[in-house]
Design a protein around this ligand. Structure first.
Ligand code: G6P
Length: 606
């Protein structure tokens, strides 16, 4: 959702701000703007639409000149996307950009109106800007502290005070914000992607800390307004990781990065052929004593949890409940102290997942976060964190983050099963070895690209599609269906193959293609029977199975055959054709693959 960048240094900042915002486009947005100190005054340019619209607006000499400024991409929450509602907001004295939601903005607005303030936008952000102006007494730190006391909600703010030229003030509560440390130039940003090409060093702002940033120095104050020293962190993502690297889209690049992402994620967690999660603080002793496991997440991350449920229950015989975070947090779940709650999140910032984590902690359960972005909110708040090492995932549709989340689920399942004494050390080593072979096998699956591209050409005109599968294949097909609908806008549904007969089969005609996932050998015959049922009703069927089975033309119109591995590991391989099919269908339909309409990469509001 909303993205923030800020620059102060020796260079012209408007280009740097717009370039930085382009790198945050993936978070999802519908308008953009910048504010720059120009000859001692704050000059604002903003526009509804894409960054190209903002750039157009700044053509013909309208681009503000200066070396210090803040920029923003807005994902509308309060008020429709419009020029007026776009950030920055404020007046001549204080100008801000904001990511998050101000819950009590209505009360603040009413109060400020009673004090004579006028408002031009419908945003919650403008109330914060005007409130800062109201409290402003010449001392920005004091002013910001007074504002913090009055405002409820989540926020990351970049602030310019006219009286403090070439200085950026920044603060965060819940919403992400980092301060990038360059040479004679410094930055603020929602994440590392806009600043990686300038520096890898950064400060992670903690709740309530106030940063005062000039070209030469960064000062951080704690909530007591005392100057503090903070540890400088160094990003381990290289600058190329946030570039397309010759691929047409980030999504295609990220699909192809999966072998490396998995290797990098599992290698440090395997020792002497056995899973080794202790470096993250998760010991065998802890693992074996949990009574039940809850996996809580949103979107694709929740789908990774569904696969996790199947494998943990099957291997370790421990009960696992998977919840959508927005449901979990309000359903008064039966979690207890002996339970483990696993939060899965690529960004580590998803508001509902973070709220679920807070609830789990409140109930005294142990919490484990599987997160990709270092230092993110969920990673910092959970008792234990296992980082996935996928590198930055820029495409809104998640691919490599899903695979690395799955690979961590496998390691947990293997270790837990061994810790519980349900599987022998030999079996645990055998499974771990198979997992280590996955990156090579994935390359074979990635070679199916043209086949998937051809199949996409057969699906592109469909109005609706059905994904079916049983067991793990069903869990995986949910992700396949989500991938297709989010980027190609073709409606699709995923269904347990055996349940079709109880209603959904009535939808099947020759106009509804069916993608059947049939990689589980013990369920193959059953799934094929269901395939025959839909085929008999006219559906064109794509079957995704392993390369050791024979399936005739009378059963499948199109076949995708994957290298055969342990049944349990097949979701990692079968995800690839699903991702490719969604990708090529979206490309053929001319959709904006990396930034699908209405979606945001990082959903920081409820
Ligand atoms: C958004 C993204 C999805 C993602 C979900 C959860 O909906 O578009 O790709 O799966 O959020 O995000 P998280 O960062 O918590 O994994």
């Amino acid at each position: 959702m909303c993205g923030i960048v800020g620059y102060v240094g020796e260079q012209e900042c408007a280009e740097i701000l717009v370039d930085g915002l382009k790198r945050l486009e993936y978070r999802g947005y519908d308008s953009a703007g910048i504010a720059v100190f120009q000859n001692g005054k704050i000059t604002v340019e903003k526009s509804k639409g894409k960054l190209a619209d903002l750039e157009k607006k700044m053509e013909n000499g309208k681009k503000p000149h200066g070396n210090c400024g803040i920029g923003h991409t807005r994902w509308a929450t309060h008020g429709e996307p419009s020029d007026i509602n776009s950030h920055p907001h404020g007046n001549k004295r204080v100008t801000i950009v904001h990511n998050g939601i101000i819950e009590n903005y209505k009360q603040i607005k009413d109060f400020l109106i009673s004090q004579g303030y006028g408002f031009e936008s419908e945003t919650d952000t403008e109330t914060v800007a005007k409130m800062l102006d109201y409290y402003y007494d010449g001392n920005p730190i004091e002013t910001i502290s007074k504002m913090i006391d009055k405002v409820n909600g989540s926020y990351a703010l970049g602030i310019l005070f006219r009286d403090f030229p070439d200085t950026i003030f920044a603060i965060r509560k819940e919403s992400p914000l980092i301060v990038g440390l360059g040479k004679n130039e410094n930055f603020i940003a929602s994440d590392m992607t806009p600043i990686l090409k300038y520096t890898k060093d950064y400060y992670l702002l903690e709740q309530g800390e106030i940063a005062v940033i000039t070209a030469k120095e960064v000062k951080i104050y704690n909530t007591e307004e005392e100057l503090i020293q903070k540890e400088v962190l160094t990003a381990d993502w290289d600058a190329d990781a946030a570039e397309k690297g010759g691929y047409e889209h980030f999504m295609l690049k990220e699909i192809n990065e999966q072998p490396t992402a998995i290797k990098t994620t599992i290698a440090p967690r395997i020792q002497d052929g056995m899973p080794y999660l202790e470096e993250s603080g998760l010991t065998m002793e802890m693992l074996k004593n949990y009574r039940r496991i809850f996996v809580v997440a949103c979107g694709t991350a929740m789908h990774a949890g569904l696969v996790g449920k199947y494998i943990i229950e099957k291997l370790a015989r421990v009960e696992v409940t998977v919840d959508i975070a927005s449901e979990f947090r309000y359903r008064d779940p039966l979690i207890e102290k002996e339970d483990l709650v696993i939060l899965v999140s690529q960004s580590g910032e998803t508001a509902d997942t973070a709220a679920a984590l807070a609830l789990a902690k409140e109930r005294g359960a142990a919490t484990l976060a599987i997160v990709n972005v270092k230092g993110s909110r969920i990673a910092r708040e959970a008792d234990v964190v296992i980082y996935t090492h996928a590198g930055p995932e820029i495409s809104v549709a998640s691919t490599k983050a899903y695979s690395v989340q799955l690979s961590v689920m496998y390691l947990i399942a293997f270790e837990l099963a061994y810790a519980k004494g349900v599987i022998s050390k030999e079996r645990c080593m055998e499974l771990t070895k198979s997992l280590m072979e996955i990156p090579d096998k994935l390359n074979e699956a990635l070679a199916l690209k043209e086949r998937c591209q051809f199949i996409a050409s057969r699906l592109v005109n469909a109005e609706s599609l059905l994904y079916i599968g049983r067991g793990l294949d069903y869990a995986l097909s949910m992700e396949g269906s989500l991938k297709l609908k989010e980027i190609s806008y073709i409606h699709s549904e995923s269904y347990a193959a055996g349940e079709l007969k109880h209603g959904t089969i009535s939808l099947v005609t020759d106009e509804m293609p069916v993608i059947a996932v049939a990689t589980q050998s013990n369920l193959l015959e059953k799934t094929i029977s269901n395939v025959k049922e839909v085929k008999a009703r006219g559906a064109k069927v794509v079957v995704i199975c392993t390369n050791d089975v024979e399936i005739g033309k009378d059963v499948a119109n199109h076949l995708i055959q994957l290298p055969k591995m342990e049944d349990m590991l097949m979701p990692l391989l079968a995800a690839i054709p699903m991702q490719y099919i969604a990708y090529y269908t979206a490309v053929l339909k001319g959709c904006d693959v990396d930034q699908p309409r209405n979606l945001a990469k990082s959903v920081t509001v409820e």
